[in-house]
Design a protein around this ligand. Structure first.
Ligand code: FCB
Length: 473
């Protein structure tokens, strides 16, 4: 075996046979067909159609047109040799008004997707919520409103009834950090609100929704499915001034606000202290923490880059390089005095720094904190300026990014981390939220004029990795 080198480009590393290799997408980012077959509006329809919210005024109306190209996309996955596919279910396709009547056409679409995966030998990993809240639920208060958590459990039971004989792994939420803080405090994501108090209430109701949905799913599924949640952990590095305090505060808001209740059964005391001027946390009712704190089979880890923080000394302009589109608000309620410092490069075209060692550190840290908890990388990947030339996309930078992050994952496993799989973000180019179609993350290229799919070089490379179970040369 090649000994570890610092550039994370070790040669010849192999993965065990039961290590699951696949890719991921999300409903609003790929499906399109926004008003077809009974689908109701989601907060992302409203947000993307509000001028100034998304780059170029892009919307998910057509997206990658996956809704109409299901079979073609399933064949793409099969040809790549994927072992697992992580997709999300659009709540407003299942319940157009967020509660009550079920839209049979919505169930049918996901049923065909799951059957199509199984027919091709691909493991279905279904996320219930990847940010497309039915608009009527936002109109009723959204995630800051406690009732939304109960509506989410009702929706989970409906989907669990319909697909609970075939889905291999259920994921309740994708990145509740983004839903709560980018959606309700920073205003950078739907629904575009900017209230720290609302964001913290949203944190709790997302956590509660996770617990209630797990209970609902467990009571209806008929196979021996696995249950999970996916979090976007912040790997936080110290800058200089007051760094310990800055790291602690951001770790509390970003990471422990979710792992605390979900995996330990309590909110961290320091999180509650840090935010006391904004909220008294009276939305946490007796019994909630027991509901939220349930065993999960897999903890999903999304990782892209690192974050460096320090306390602002007040004498110069505060830096806010936190990696998300600036919408005026802060995603860090109560910690506005923390500065987010520009990371050393190189960068992807998101401006996110490339730091494979951050992934290794994160996996080791999670393993240290939760030694008995199996982990899976549910998203990792990169946006670069891809060009389709004569039917090919030579995305060497993406291959290099993936190579180095696979190496990081391998090193973590060698050091004892129970890592069960790795899903590349993303199967295909798609609607990258507030950045619209300007950022391409796919290992499959989508021509947005013709909607034609072309496997990028990174797709071929990944395919080789899956087949050989070794990081290709
Ligand atoms: C994650 C999201 C995913 C995608 C990637 C780039 O935060 O879960 O939908 O946008 O970032």
């Amino acid at each position: 075996m090649t000994s570890g080198s610092d550039d994370y480009r070790d040669a010849g590393l192999g993965f065990p046979h039961d290590f699951v290799l696949g890719s991921a997408t999300a409903s609003y980012q790929i499906e399109g067909a926004w008003d077809e077959d009974g689908r109701g509006p989601s907060i992302w329809d409203t947000f993307s159609k509000t001028p100034g919210r998304v780059v170029n005024g892009d919307t998910g109306d057509v997206a990658s047109d996956h809704y109409h190209r299901l079979d073609e996309d399933l064949d793409v996955m099969k040809n790549l040799g994927l072992e697992a596919y992580r997709f999300s279910i659009s709540w407003p396709r299942i319940q157009p008004s967020g509660k009550g009547p079920i839209n049979a056409a919505g169930i049918d679409f996901y049923s065909r997707l799951v059957d199509g995966l199984l027919a091709r030998g691909i493991r279905p990993i279904a996320t219930l919520y990847h940010w497309d809240l039915p608009q009527p639920l936002e109109d009723a208060g959204g995630w800051p409103n406690r009732d939304t958590a109960f509506r989410f459990a009702e929706y989970a039971a409906i989907v669990g009834e319909a697909l609970g004989d075939r889905v291999h792994t259920w994921t309740t939420l994708n990145e509740p950090w983004c839903s709560a803080y980018l959606g309700y405090a920073a205003g950078a994501h739907a629904p575009g609100r900017s209230s720290g108090a609302d964001a913290l209430a949203a944190v709790h109701h997302l956590n509660l929704g996770h617990g209630l949905a797990l209970q609902a799913l467990r009571s209806v599924v008929s196979n021996n499915a696995q249950f999970s949640v996916t979090l976007n952990f912040h790997v936080i590095r110290p800058g200089s001034i007051g760094s310990d305090e800055a790291v602690r505060r951001i770790d509390a808001l970003a990471n422990r606000a979710f792992t605390g209740p979900m995996l330990r059964g309590a909110y961290p005391d320091d999180l509650i202290d840090d935010t006391r001027k904004i909220t008294d946390w009276s939305f946490v009712l007796p019994g909630d923490l027991e509901t939220i704190n349930q065993p999960i089979d897999i903890l999903g880890v999304n990782y892209y880059s690192t974050t460096t923080v320090q306390m602002w000394d007040g004498r110069k302009a505060r830096q806010t390089a936190d990696g998300h589109k600036d919408a005026g608000g802060t995603p860090w309620p109560g910690s506005e005095m923390v500065e987010f410092i520009q990371q050393p490069g190189p960068y992807t075209s998101m401006g996110w720094n490339i730091a494979p060692e951050g992934l290794e550190d994160l996996l080791l840290d999670l393993h240290r904190q939760f030694p008995a908890q199996p982990l899976m990388i549910t998203e990792n990947g990169a946006a670069f300026e891809d060009e389709l030339v004569e039917g090919a996309v030579h995305d060497v930078k993406r291959i290099d990014y993936l190579r180095r992050h696979f190496t990081a994952a391998h090193r973590a496993m060698q050091r004892g981390v129970d890592l069960r799989g790795y899903l590349v973000w993303s199967l295909m180019d798609n609607f990258e939220w507030a950045y619209g179609y300007t950022k391409r993350f796919g290992i499959v290229y989508v021509d947005y004029t013709t909607l034609k799919r072309t496997v990028k070089d990174s797709g071929h490379w990944f395919s080789e990795l899956v087949q050989s179970r070794r990081i290709p040369e």
